[in-house]
Design a protein around this ligand. Sequence first.
Ligand SMILES: [Zn+2]
Length: 123
Amino acid sequence: MAQYDKQRELLEKEKSRLLSELAELKLRASSDVGRREGSPFGKQEEEASATFEMERTLALKQRLAALLAEVEHALEKLEAGTYGRCDSCGRAIEAARLEALPQASLCLSCKMKRAGDARTRAR
Ligand SMILES: [Zn+2]
């Protein structure tokens, strides 16, 4: 398992980065609420931009949470000794892919197949 020491280090770093970003978002969201309540203006325009801001924050939060889940999953695989194997077909994930994306849990062909499936379902 020593062969994945670099990936483990990257994943641990990524995890703490994501956790602090999520914590910061939470902090910012609560301070935004305080600012709005203290504002004497109740104009529709301001409310619209506040809603937009909130939606953007929510989207960012969801993206960070999804990334965090992937990183945690990869760390679990490292613990379980299944790191580097595709979740779907069980074959080895390409080394270059793990270099570029340490949290990858699918080999390239399964990933592409899944992306294709998602597109088909969305239609
Ligand atoms: Zn696969």
